[in-house]
Ligand binder design. Structure first.
Ligand code: UDP
Length: 362
């Protein structure tokens, strides 16, 4: 495994004298210019458009002069993620839960399905709703896609591999998933959605693309969503001990959000034959303990860590084999973990200033 404190990526950060501003910054929300009027771009539905990934996608698509219809039930999506877009004439917000029949939004050219809580504590609050989102929601969106000949992209997940017995995971690995556990509603929901996409393609001619998204982070993550990067950042910045679940020797691979958005858009732009599934993620693998120490080192903080029980069915390892996406989509992530964390830190500092201390995740 790569030790982040000694990896090339980490030394690149150190070589800048610890000043992340001297590195190339990918374009994110704050860089966008508001369009002045209706454009001749495509009409694109982003289901889950107010969420972490969805809102970044909406910003990028609007910057590319498309008309964006953002559909969200605001279960985990946040108005603050899309606040800058509300005055844009090319941005249409529809508050709707995709498990219910879709309202008439007119024809669309492309559909991105990013509508599902993705953080384990959040998707486990109402597991039956999580399953319905993945299954009924997928059916509603697929019906729309078929009715107007739109391309439709499913945000699937590395969770389809469950607790994998092999690493890295390539797309032909079929996974090791518990059907009756706390993560099953998400894992099996996403697996069923992949099957629905495949069957709509086979039987109804749906123009599908399936991306398997690995752990992704960056600005606009909800500070209280309970995921490891948001937890560690909020804890470190507020002077609280970092909470490692288990011994911290489980691994994850973290992709910066701008790289993920580029991957999703490359997949949508690919020929209809590129149905996938495609792994999208950063193949640099870190232990959770290494991540904790890396974040503390960036902030120059002593290693104060509290160990908690490992949640049931927590995958021991996760690392994408991205050979297929690299070959077919000419895509690979460009932002190292050290670099991405340095872009993300100022966002959490700002969020923290606005949060009540009681809300800080433990
Ligand atoms: N984790 C941790 N401390 C936290 C939050 C998460 O040690 O405060 C661990 C968690 O048990 C898992 C990994 O970090 O092994 C990634 O968790 P996350 O919820 O971000 O996503 P997952 O990959 O499990 O869906």
């Amino acid at each position: 495994l790569i030790d982040p404190l000694r990896s090339a990526a980490w030394s690149q950060w150190s070589d800048t004298g610890g000043n992340p501003m001297s590195l190339h910054r990918p374009k994110l929300h704050s860089n966008r210019t508001i369009s002045r009027g209706p454009k001749a771009g495509r009409r694109i539905l982003v289901a889950g458009g107010a969420g972490f990934l969805g809102s970044h996608l909406c910003h990028t698509l609007l910057n590319d002069e498309h008309v964006v219809i953002c559909m969200d039930n605001f279960e985990t999506g946040r108005m603050s993620n899309i606040a800058l877009l509300l005055s844009d004439p090319n941005f249409i917000l529809v508050r709707h839960d995709i498990i219910d029949p879709l309202p008439d939004i007119g024809p669309v050219d492309e559909i991105y399905n990013l509508a599902c809580a993705a953080s384990p504590p959040k998707y486990q609050i109402d597991p039956i709703h999580t399953l319905k989102t993945n299954i009924w929601g997928a059916i509603n969106l697929l019906e729309l896609a078929v009715s107007c000949g739109a391309k439709i992209l499913q945000s699937s997940t590395s969770e389809v591999y469950g607790d994998p017995e092999i690493s890295p995971q390539s797309e032909d690995y079929r996974g090791c998933v518990n059907t009756m556990g706390p993560r099953a509603c998400y894992d099996e929901g996403k697996r069923a959605a992949e099957t629905l996409f495949y069957d709509y393609c086979q039987t109804r001619g749906a123009r599908i693309r399936v991306a398997r998204i690995f752990n992704t982070y960056g600005p606009s993550m909800c500070p209280t969503d309970g995921r490891v990067i948001s937890n560690f950042m909020v804890q470190a910045l507020s002077g609280a001990p970092l909470t490692i679940y288990g011994h911290g020797n489980q691994t994850r691979s973290f992709c910066y959000v701008s790289d993920m958005i580029a991957g999703l858009m490359a997949l949508m732009a690919a020929p209809d034959s590129a149905v996938g599934p495609y792994n999208l993620g950063n193949p640099e693998e870190f232990t959770i303990a290494a991540l904790a120490h890396g974040i503390l080192e960036i902030l120059g903080l002593p290693p104060i860590i509290h160990y908690r029980d490992l949640p049931q069915d927590d995958p021991r390892q996760r690392c994408p084999d991205i050979t297929k996406a690299n070959r077919d989509l000419n895509w690979a992530p460009r932002i190292s973990l050290a670099e991405g964390l340095s872009y993300t830190m100022p966002y959490f500092e700002t969020e923290l200033r606005q949060m009540k201390p009681a809300l800080i995740a433990e």
